[in-house]
Ligand binder design. Sequence first.
Ligand code: SAM
Length: 239
Amino acid sequence: MKPKVLIKKILNWGSPDKYVRKLHEKKAYLDAYAAHTDTRVAEGDYQKAIGGSWEEMGKLQFEFLMKKGLEPGHRMFDIGCGTLRGGRHFIAYLDQGNYTGFDISEEAIERGKRLVEEEGLAGKKPNLFVSKEKNLKFKELEGKKFDFILAQSVLTHLPPEPIEECFENIGKIMKEGSVFYFTYFEGGRYRHFSIEDFEYPFSHFESLAEDYGFLVKDCSEEYPHPIGQKMMEVKKKTA
Ligand SMILES: C[S@@+](CC[C@H](N)C(=O)[O-])C[C@H]1O[C@@H](n2cnc3c(N)ncnc32)[C@H](O)[C@@H]1O
């Protein structure tokens, strides 16, 4: 048994949430969240570890970006790519070298790399890496620009600070015409409603967009997410 799995089994006596609560008591939010994802991947079910609905959610993301005009020659960045639920479809479709994915979970990235081999996609040379600093400043991608950026089920798990950091910095990796799509849980007001889940009103993102020079548009009608995550489109404001 892997050490992380054993630790979880020991700490999890009594309540299913106990291990996760303990992680969050001891560590900063993103360190705890990364450790939780690491443990879930290390337990062996890499599909459930990042939320399950493997086929359905993978296809939903892929078909949505296809509808939005994704072409094999486009460069795409998958923020919080996890174990490549969506990534495997994008890697297969895009030209060699055009898919980049990063994640704060080392185990997820390791498993994703293995999946690329297992699915015969190594020739597509995806750029998969761990976000060691766990921030959304995108320093590792300095000088690179992406046509499409996606964060599926990522901002749903983020408190306000990293979300603002994302809006502050994402423009550096976008060119005119680039588009950033992300999902979120919508609520009438900001709410941290479970250990790793957050709700925001649409106006929260409108206000961030205004502050950092973007336009946001709700695309949820085109995105039938099984548990009602909303889909947001973010584009640079043009003069
Ligand atoms: C629910 S999973 C979704 C994974 C993938 N997007 C998908 O749809 O299958 C969320 C992923 O986001 C990653 N994540 C959360 N916050 C992140 C951050 N600030 N930077 C990079 N990855 C992050 C987590 O480690 C986890 O793998």
